[in-house]
Write a protein that binds this ligand. Structure first.
Ligand code: SF4
Length: 171
């Protein structure tokens, strides 16, 4: 399965989009983008640097996925920084996906921490054996969505108004 992930380029962002909206995932993976990604990356970097000034995060590359982590004794803890908690379920699965990828590489990791520096909050995430089965199911569906020629339906959720594809979907 890890080879499939690398081959099909499934990133943490795609896992998050899969949880938020299959249509968003499809549009994004087809290269249709209205977001200024470079701005988003820059904002994320600034928040990340501000939050970890005391600690030294390390980074690992698996295929095209970059994972920030800290080593505590013999355990690896994944760290991910977000601006708000509005899409927290998607953030949690993104972190669990990173843990999944590390574990597939034989790395001892079962914990992640989500940081919300603007809110001065953190959330600890524990990875369970059931999570692996759930992520395997996600990955199968994501590969199908990415390969499909049909755009998934509009979902019409409250967060659609904040989505970069809002005008594409509703106007
Ligand atoms: S606006 Fe709503 S339906 Fe359209 S891509 Fe975004 S989340 Fe999905």
């Amino acid at each position: 399965m890890l080879d499939d992930i690398i081959e099909t380029h499934i990133t943490g962002t795609q896992i998050a989009y899969y949880i938020v909206c299959k249509r968003k995932l499809w549009l994004f993976t087809k290269g249709i983008s209205f977001e200024n990604l470079s701005d988003l990356v820059e904002i994320g970097k600034v928040i990340s640097e501000a939050s970890f000034s005391e600690e030294k995060l390390k980074e690992i590359d698996i295929g095209n996925i970059k994972i920030d982590f800290l080593k505590l004794k013999d355990e690896i803890v994944v760290h991910e920084t977000k601006k708000s908690r509005k899409l927290e379920e998607a953030h949690i699965w993104q972190v669990k996906y990173y843990i999944y990828c590390l574990r597939k590489k034989g790395i001892n990791c079962k914990k992640g921490i989500l940081h919300y520096p603007k809110l001065m909050k953190t959330l600890e995430i524990q990875y369970s054996s059931e999570d692996e089965d759930i992520i395997n199911k996600f990955l199968k569906e994501i590969v199908e969505i990415k390969r499909s020629e049909r755009v998934p339906e509009v979902i019409n959720k409250p967060y659609c108004k904040k989505c970069a594809y809002y005008e594409f979907c509703f106007v």
